[in-house]
Design a binder for this molecule. Structure first.
Ligand code: PMP
Length: 408
């Protein structure tokens, strides 16, 4: 029975569904998996040795950059959104349907990868200030890439609105006949849509809508959360993560908090993001919005993928479970990124560095002996031209003090 199983494996189950959720984690993936989809999830949780030694806490990193399709936690989200849409009939495998998304890059890369695996095209709209590595990668995957000027969400030119509008237009003009994928798309950076060229896909458009789509946080509720819980043997004191859509922090918090009522859920927020205020004071609007313009400032940070100045369904889904927020400056994120390379050989992108910085702050606040889990989202290789260009080289340094990082 399920209670015997849980006794044997030592898991405290508070909910009959836990058995189902945790069983796949406990038994691990089968020896042979089916396609790239099978390489998603079940990521390692590893101790960051330097930070654990310095703080006297267990600082554990969920290695989400090891997700085997697009190399980030967005693999889980992309698969969840696509499978949900397929179940609902909004996407039809190998039909020439086109997936549209507005993304800082990671979700686009995961969607473009899975689109290839399932016979779709992907059309990705991203702000033009994101690292070129990500759009280059998207083009290699045969996605159509729109790099659009950064603009507030109230403007139609905003990357999210553009993706939504393009999906609508495609569906309206589609003759709904199954078609082959275009072989001409994705060969150049473009602001026009080569999928409308002769011979291109004529399927319907589908806007995955990662900011508002509940299948996003569901992926973390069903995967990331149970995995962390199982890997820690049901014992952890804090979970620390940044939020872009909010899917990660909400999904994990919604899973962990009912099972571990004392756990602290901490938002790691880059400079310029409004989520810090949203968590601490319940509001995120600035003076201009009070005046009714709703034109919030763009988040002014070199960190990519986290930090936002508007409310999203995925963040709001778990917001009340978040206990506190920690603000991290760009200088602190760069110092932490260099530290992780210098001390541990861990080469990460900007949002992972923000997460680790906030994890250390949380450890220092809780005191020695606590277990803190955070997320490593993507590798530094995706951030060479921007974040790492600014962070500089680690060189032969071996004697940086943690205090230098904290005071950066
Ligand atoms: N890190 C990176 C690099 C990302 O692209 C994102 C997603 N935008 C996140 C972290 C944040 O994840 P979430 O959307 O689940 O809040």
């Amino acid at each position: 029975t399920s209670s015997e199983t849980s006794k044997k494996s030592g898991f405290k189950t508070v909910n009959p569904d836990d058995e189902k959720l945790l069983s796949s984690v406990r038994h691990g993936p089968p020896a042979i998996v089916d396609g790239v989809e099978g390489c998603i999830g079940n990521t390692p949780l590893f101790r960051i040795k330097s930070l654990s030694e310095e703080t006297g806490c267990e600082i554990l990193a969920k290695a989400e950059f090891l997700n085997g399709a697009g190399g980030s936690p967005k693999d889980r989200v992309a698969l969840s959104m696509i499978e949900t849409a397929e179940r609902e009939g909004s996407l039809r495998p190998h039909s020439g349907d086109v997936i549209y998304e507005g993304t800082s890059g990671s979700t686009g890369i995961s969607l473009a990868t899975l689109a290839r695996a399932r016979g779709y095209l992907a059309h990705i709209c991203m702000p033009s200030d994101q690292a070129m590595e990500k759009s280059d990668l998207l083009l290699k995957l045969g996605a159509v890439v729109d790099r659009v000027p950064p603009a507030p969400i109230v403007e139609q030119g905003n990357f999210v609105n553009r993706a939504r509008n393009l999906a609508r237009e495609r569906t309206a003009s589609s003759n709904n006949t199954p078609n082959k994928l275009s072989s001409t798309s994705g060969t150049q950076l473009t602001t026009t849509d080569p999928t409308t060229e002769p011979g291109a896909a004529t399927g319907r458009g589908f806007f995955t809508d990662q900011f508002e789509n509940a299948a996003n946080y569901a992926a973390h509720f069903n995967g990331t959360g149970p995995e962390i819980y199982a890997q820690c043997g049901g014992k952890l004191d804090a979970f620390v993560a940044g939020a872009g859509t909010g899917g990660t922090i909400s999904g994990v918090a919604l899973f962990l908090k009912p099972r571990l009522p004392d756990i602290k859920i901490i938002l790691a927020d880059p400079q310029g993001s409004g989520l810090y205020n949203r968590v601490r004071y319940g509001v995120m609007f600035d003076i201009k919005e009070r005046e009714g313009t709703r034109r919030r400032p763009q988040v002014d940070t070199i960190v990519e993928g986290i930090g936002i100045n508007r409310q999203t369904a995925n963040f709001e889904a778990g917001r009340e479970l978040i206990d506190d927020a920690i603000r991290v400056t760009d200088a602190q994120a760069m110092a932490m990124a260099r530290w992780l390379v210098e001390k541990d050989g861990i080469f990460m992108g900007s949002s992972s560095a923000v997460n680790c910085f906030a994890a250390v702050k949380t450890a220092l606040k809780l005191g020695p002996g606590h277990c803190i889990v955070t997320v490593l989202t993507d590798t530094g290789a995706r951030h060479l031209s921007k974040f790492w260009a600014m962070a500089g080289d680690v060189g032969g340094t071996t004697d940086t003090k943690l205090e230098d990082v904290l005071n950066a």
